[in-house]
Write a protein that binds this ligand. Structure first.
Ligand SMILES: [Zn+2]
Length: 284
């Protein structure tokens, strides 16, 4: 009973000018690290998982582990559907207990995007599940979602206003220059565009692809209306680099209860840092 929608936590973040971090998780260990750290820092938090993660770990496993984590910590949080596209898949997961979704129809033309997302909103709101959707298109790669940078498109502020009014979504993912995966050079965010979107749209705004964006730029985005900051790649790198390093030092290691420890510690540092940058500590 402890998996909640993102709606109230993002609205509170919007009122109080901070952002809720959304961390992509993959297994028991990554869930433990994010939840333990967020609870210690008294930060609201969203655990995000892509379709590939639900397939890998199993929907019921993920939901059960997350419900258990929320219950033993007395800590309600959102388990979120990140970049989901398949309507019946989303419906199945909502019916299984998930209350926070992203329907990504950003690759469809504007009217089709509105049509798909509106239908999903009507279904989701019956379950009090919050809906995030994307207008414009982020470049880069997240799991099976690969968008060539030439096919990426920034969010148009006027279109965003119409999109939000017609779809009745709860939060809007904006494309302002961030990308999924690793940045080759210094990322450039279009803050003027973000300010214009904020002026036209009154729901919480979401920044995808925050791994590798310098702290000052994330903070500036938050000051201009970003209420949810998505972090995936940096966590994966910290976790796997620490694992690799540990195996180098201990080539005969064979006990996951030991070799997972440095990986968890490395990931915890990133989680702590992102919570600090988001300004969400103490906001439970
Ligand atoms: Zn994303």
């Amino acid at each position: 009973m402890y998996l909640i929608s993102s709606q109230e936590m993002l609205k509170k973040a919007q009122r109080e000018c901070y952002a809720v971090p959304a961390f992509n998780i993959h297994n028991l260990e990554t869930i433990q690290v994010v939840i333990d750290t967020a609870k210690q820092m008294q930060s609201p938090v969203i655990l995000a998982a892509t379709p590939a993660t639900y397939s890998y770990a199993g929907i019921q496993y993920l939901i059960s582990i997350c419900k258990t984590a929320a219950s033993i910590h007395h800590f309600p949080f959102a388990l979120h559907l990140d970049h989901h596209e398949n309507i019946s898949d989303i419906q199945t997961k909502i019916e299984a207990g998930i209350r926070s979704i992203m329907i990504d129809a950003s690759h469809h033309p504007f009217e089709e995007n509105i049509d798909i997302v509106s239908k999903m909103v009507a279904f989701s709101h019956k379950y009090n599940a919050s809906v995030e959707a994307e207008l414009g298109r982020l470049g880069g790669q997240e799991d099976d979602l690969i968008v060539d940078h030439k096919d990426s498109a920034f969010t148009d502020p006027d279109a965003a206003k119409e999109y939000v009014e017609r779809t009745r979504i709860d939060s809007l993912a904006v494309a302002i220059g961030s990308a999924h995966g690793l940045y080759k050079g210094e990322p450039k965010l279009d803050f003027d565009r973000l300010a214009k979107i904020r002026n036209k749209v009154d729901i919480p705004l979401v920044l995808h692809g925050a791994s590798g964006i310098p702290e000052q730029m994330v903070k500036q985005s938050i000051s201009l209306g970003i209420c949810k900051v998505n972090v995936a790649t940096e966590l994966k790198i910290a976790f796997s680099d620490a694992l690799k390093q540990d195996f180098k030092l201990h080539p005969d290691a064979n006990d996951p209860r030991h070799y997972m420890q440095p990986a968890k510690a490395a990931m915890k540092k990133i989680v702590e840092d992102k919570i600090r940058i988001c300004g969400s500590a103490g906001k439970l």
